[in-house]
Design a protein around this ligand. Sequence first.
Ligand SMILES: Cc1ncc(COP(=O)(O)O)c(C=O)c1O
Length: 409
Amino acid sequence: MKLNVIETTTASRTAFLPFALPSIGEEEIAEVADSLRSGWVTTGPKVKRFESNFAEYVGSKHGIAVSSCTAGLHIALTALGIGPGDEVIVPTLTFCSSANVIVHLGARPVLVDVGEDFNVTPEAIEAAITLRTKAIMPVHYGGQACDLDLIYALAAHYNLPVVEDAAHAVGATYHGYEIGSDALSSLCEGEESGVRVATVFSFYATKNMTTGEGGMITAVDDELVERMRLLTLHGMSRDAWKRYTSTGSWYYEVVLPGYKYNMTDIQAALGIHQLRKLDGFIAARQHYARVYDQAFADLPEIEIPLTHADRGHAYHLYVVRLNLERLTIDRAQFIEELKALNIGSSVHFIPVHLHAYYRETFGYSPGDCPTAERIYKRVISLPLFPRMSDDDVLDVVHAVKDVISRHRS
Ligand SMILES: Cc1ncc(COP(=O)(O)O)c(C=O)c1O
């Protein structure tokens, strides 16, 4: 497809273009209907199928389906035994859930700064390591992998486990390996130390693929996987599928005080088909991102996202930075202007250390993470989803150019 992105018009769309929408096809609808008709609507055979399909897709020995990425992160940290007095290092430029799960365990989220590519820097991680540090949680912001070579090397050096928040990164690659693959573990010095202990994905409605709500953990260590599996369902030694089928037994034991974080077959029904379409979804995202890159490259008022050649960007988000000194309006007004042209947008993220709870509870204050704060003031996430038409993409380009042309300083 060739798009003429150079010509601009000021015509506004008649229908609002949301910042994100899922792509649900007839296959997903039929599979969900099949689950509903089968009478098996909670965790069952489709969850098992989805787990094994997903693990195979990313190249991991194990997939554990969960009710959300937040649940998966909580379980991974719980399985590692993280608790009061412990610290977990996490970037501040992330969704609150990455940090909230650390708080749920009574541990301290050590919020650190990011680089110009929006990802946590190995330097910031290393500077934050103390004797109380029990894990590192990098976040693959927007669908581009963090600097995993250096992060794994640091983790191996300090003997710390890495739990990756890959909420945005299903379909992303690093040195040609899928995020979440066991092969990535071999990148780290001392593979045997198993620094990459778990990678956790999100299938929330706006993500690269969706199950409505849902998530998946991939991991390599059998013992840790067993603990995480138990934690997804009350710590019971047998799940309902094992108990209620003709070959099952009613007996179970609670071996851990687990959570109710299991995925249902209705969700997995969606996931099985979304996964089959994932490569196409990512290709569409990458294509539209290139169209945006080309359209905005020469505009001094905005900066296009920084990318790394050794990483396959999944483009969960397309985030531009406004050069505010070249504009007469701020970011909030820019968003309002786009909205007036029927273009939705969003901001990722309000740095966690600036939120009231984190300031008041942990003593964080503005100035603690200067790069993230500077980025936050300038970023806008533009619409990017596979269901967009070429015309939708052009409408976004035209709207951005239109707002800029009316507010140049
Ligand atoms: C970086 C990041 N981590 C974790 C999550 C939580 O994902 P979920 O909604 O599946 O719990 C999100 C959700 O948007 C996110 O953006």
